[in-house]
Design a protein around this ligand. Sequence first.
Ligand code: ADP
Ligand code: ADP
Length: 223
Amino acid sequence: TPAVEARGLEKRYGALAAVRGIDVVLARGEFLAVFGPNGAGKSTLLRMLCGAVVPSRGTVRIAGEEIGGGEDGWRRRIGLLSHQTFLYPGLSAAENLDFYARLYGLADRRARVDEALRGVELWDRRADAARTFSRGMQQRLALARTLLHDPEVVFLDEPYTGLDPHASGLLTGVLERLRDGRRTIVLVTHNLSQGLEQANRVAVQVGGRWVSDEPASAIDPAT
Ligand code: ADP
Ligand code: ADP
């Protein structure tokens, strides 16, 4: 069973076709990077893959279970990092994560929060309020929240946006560790220099369609 299996995905907003006929089939452990210019429909595609946007046409299955099919076990299997990930500025890093751990009814909250903080290298800042964090630290805290329930499939929407080179380097390290052969990852970005090293598959999306979809080994970054 593929970790992600989407067939014939389309999304229309009135007269605009944001995504027009994309298939995504990912085996467990794959890391797919989707590149394309702004407005190509990458975000819309990602949001359909994680159930945040309802497709106009097509279906999405997570580990065989159809999104919108009635059951919602798939929700526990996925995590999304988007620009809208909400953090409470007045709460500490640990409190922010604990809040979500409670909200999602996770067992072993303390252990999960600690592990998530360590995973994004924020352990030593766990007691500090989120509002005192740099953009890069906030992004890593948001990623910790995404990973809190140990999702099998992780969706990342432009995770490098607004990060300086140091913060980008830290994030790349975190992504490296996520790529453990077990977890399936989909990253969308307009910047070809991001995620290319981590990905084992690379798709290019233009005007709502995939114009290529290849193993990363086939891509020469120099061209
Ligand atoms: P990308 O992530 O590649 O920049 P998006 O998926 O954000 O592309 O957007 C694709 C197109 O769909 C854009 O023209 C955008 O304006 C439009 N769009 C996205 N979301 C909505 C929405 N909720 N309502 C109307 N149009 C939208
Ligand atoms: P929202 O209020 O964000 O729309 P939903 O009720 O749609 O939340 O559910 C999101 C699902 O994501 C939850 O049912 C849960 O299984 C799963 N989930 C659990 N922990 C997290 C987390 N830390 N971040 C994101 N999703 C999580």
